[in-house]
Design a protein around this ligand. Structure first.
Ligand code: WT7
Length: 649
């Protein structure tokens, strides 16, 4: 065996010539560059203009163009000889499997679209999906897109309240859910959670229920409300043809809710044309797509990673996407490796938190399997620590596969900063996402917006629009401008700069290192949670007067939320109350938001104007010096925090 290092060593000074050239071309003439890529998709009508920047920061891509996402992800391949190729390989947690060829997917998408059409839904309507990781979810997404119905997928781990909030904001008329889903051998009764949500979501007229767990042997009771709820199988025609509706490139394909710095989730709106082009391009650059690739992206479709790299990315390229329903370590810690071996996965994409968890079980679980089909390994969602990176590279990838550490966000639609083996692989440095992709004008700036010198921490910014960018926040264009464009733009000079709210650093080689969130958002097991959301969940409990939530570093999850709570008069701290609050957060937001610890304090550190100083709480929690305290109103509040931490030990 030759052990020629393809991706390391990292020390070598290296001039990535081809990559440089492509990046240069993209920045010099973005319209021509992106038009060339966009032409690889099929348009019903070609755009009049690649980028309309007449009303920044409301940029519009491929304006005048007419396209359909479902047509490009499915129908287009039938003419390319791919009818019998596996589009979706699905594996259930109990080990059952389903395979849908492109032709079968085409038939299903048409049948599902007929159901939506028969319910009277049409272009401009919105629909909400609250489904587990089963093929019906991507089929419904494609069916909605076929008709120009804007969909919003709500992660099936979210609570009834979180679901209701999203349905209400999106004003969805129809909700699609399932009787339940499997997780770690247990049934999660989704329809019951949905029923609870529907009491708070009056816009929903119709509920479609997929028979999932009860069709697979689970004995649960599934109440249907007459006149509102229907089993999917009773609505599905035996066969149907529904013509794809050509929609404007700027027509919203989907809304996806994500956490911000306030309690209210943000409805990120993605376009059809720009989004598809970006996902299509990044698949090529980052994953170096080949016709017989089998891609296993482990993300749930309820997150953007699942939208872009379980569903649209692979299907736009006509490759096979693997969907797995359950937990990575259930029934055993080699569940994913078993799947990789069984289906000959070539591209594997996951999050650092999962790598760290699987690493803990030991390498024998990986070694049990033949993983020689793997070609590219990806990571996303949070910074990856070098130890996990090396394990991934060595144990999983057998030192053969480049690790693509991909930085991006719900808002960016697709990958933005990452190695690009599809163009040219540069030497990798564990923990760095390397260079921005073509067309991404990223930089690191200081507080005042001036470029940061190499080696210094600053703020990541994107200095020009890219096709995959969000169009706006659903129903709240002002918040869109405020959140992403206010911090560093200089509208009077015609400068519009996108602010992702991440700390970053560039090194001497120009490599980007993403260092974590610069706002009050925390990343728990790769998921984005607003500390304000958890705080408002806590405060909605009658016992809680005030709450402050901060992220505490965790060896597996990256960060976990920790809460400091001031009780109302008449309530006293107890183990029982602590437990009750934990359950309350679980009910309000869902299991991923549950605090790892709750501390009772008499008061919280605040500024004189009454703002909670989370930065100070975090410093005390980490045993660090709290830094500038000139605005702190009452020093005693810090002793309070210290005392609470002490008692907890
Ligand atoms: C935030 C976005 C986009 C898919 C999953 C998360 C963090 C994302 C990386 C990375 C360091 C990363 C950032 C970003 N993040 N990828 N490779 N290295 N940090 O999407 O929930 O919208 O979260 O995840 O903080 O802003 P999201």
């Amino acid at each position: 065996m030759t052990s020629e290092p393809k991706t390391l060593p990292t020390e070598a000074r290296f001039i990535p010539k081809r990559l440089e050239e492509v990046r240069k071309r993209a920045l010099e003439n973005p319209e021509e560059f992106f038009a060339e890529i966009a032409r690889e998709l099929e348009w019903f009508k070609t755009w009049d203009k690649v980028l309309d920047d007449s009303n920044p920061p409301f940029y519009r891509w491929f304006v005048g163009g007419l396209i359909n996402a479902s047509y490009n992800a499915v129908d287009r391949h039938l003419k390319r000889g791919l009818r019998n190729k596996a589009a979706i390989i699905w594996e259930g947690e109990p080990g059952d499997t389903r395979v849908l060829t492109y032709y079968q997917l085409y038939r299903e998408v048409n049948r599902f679209a007929a159901v939506l059409e028969n319910l009277g839904l049409r272009k401009g309507d919105t629909i909400a999906f609250y489904l587990p990781m089963i093929p019906e979810l991507p089929i419904f997404m494609l069916a909605a897109a076929r008709l120009g119905i804007t969909f919003t997928v709500v992660f099936s781990g979210f609570s009834a309240k979180a679901l209701a909030e999203r349905i209400n904001d999106a004003k969805a008329k129809v909700l699609v859910t399932a009787d339940g889903g499997f997780r770690r051998g247990k049934v999660i009764e989704l329809k019951k959670i949905a029923d609870e949500a529907l009491e708070m979501a009056p816009s929903v007229e119709t509920v479609i229920v997929v028979k999932n767990v009860t069709a697979r042997g689970a004995k649960i009771d599934v109440p249907l409300t007459e006149g509102r709820d229907y089993w999917l199988h009773n609505l599905l025609p035996a066969h149907a043809k529904v013509d794809p509706v050509p929609v404007e490139s700027t027509h919203p394909l989907f809304i996806l809710y994500t956490s911000g710095t306030t309690g209210k989730p943000k409805g990120v709106v993605h376009s059809t044309g720009g989004y598809l082009v970006w996902v299509y391009a990044t698949m090529k650059w980052v994953f170096d797509v080949k016709p017989d690739d089998v891609m296993f992206c482990t993300a749930d479709i309820g997150w953007i990673t699942g939208h872009s790299y379980v569903v649209f990315g692979p299907l736009l390229h006509g490759i096979t996407t693997v969907m797995y329903e359950g937990a990575p370590d259930y029934p055993a810690p080699d569940r994913w490796w078993q799947i990789v071996e069984k289906y000959g996965v070539t591209i594997f994409y996951t999050a650092p938190t999962a790598i760290r968890m699987l690493m803990r079980y030991g390498e024998e679980w990986v070694k049990k399997h033949d993983l020689s089909t793997l070609r590219i390994l990806g990571t996303v969602g949070e910074p990856i620590n070098p130890e996990a990176w090396k394990w991934y590279y060595t144990v999983v990838g057998g030192e053969r596969c480049p690790i693509v550490d991909t930085w991006w966000q719900t808002e960016t639609g697709g990958i933005m900063i990452s190695p690009a083996p599809g163009i040219q692989l540069v030497p990798l440095k564990p923990g760095s996402a390397t260079y921005p992709l073509p067309g991404v004008d990223a930089d690191v700036v200081c507080e005042d917006g001036s470029p940061c010198p190499p080696g210094q921490r600053g703020y990541l910014v994107i200095k020009r629009p890219w096709p995959g960018m969000l169009m706006t926040l659903w129903g709240d264009p002002e918040r869109y401008v405020r959140t992403y464009w206010q911090r560093f733009s200089k509208p009077e000079e015609g400068k519009w700069i996108y602010y992702p709210a991440d700390y970053a650093m560039k090194d001497e080689d120009g490599y980007f290192w993403i260092l974590g969130r610069a706002d009050e958002v925390i990343k728990v097991a790769g998921h984005r949670l607003g500390t304000a959301e958890i705080e408002s969940a806590l405060v909605s409990h009658p016992a809680v007067a005030e709450a402050a939530v901060v992220g505490k570093p965790d060896p597996v999850k990256g960060e976990v939320p920790v809460a400091f709570v001031v009780l109302r008069q008449g309530y006293t701290p107890s183990e029982e109350l602590r437990h009750e609050l934990v359950e309350h957060v679980r009910k309000t937001l869902g299991p991923i938001a549950v605090p790892a610890a709750i501390f009772f304090v008499e008061k919280l550190p605040k500024t004189r104007s009454g703002k909670i100083m989370r930065r100070v709480i975090k410093a005390v929690l980490l045993g660090k010096t709290p830094g500038d305290l000139t605005t702190l109103e009452d020093e005693a509040s810090l002793d309070e925090i210290r005392r609470a931490l002490e008692e907890f030990k």
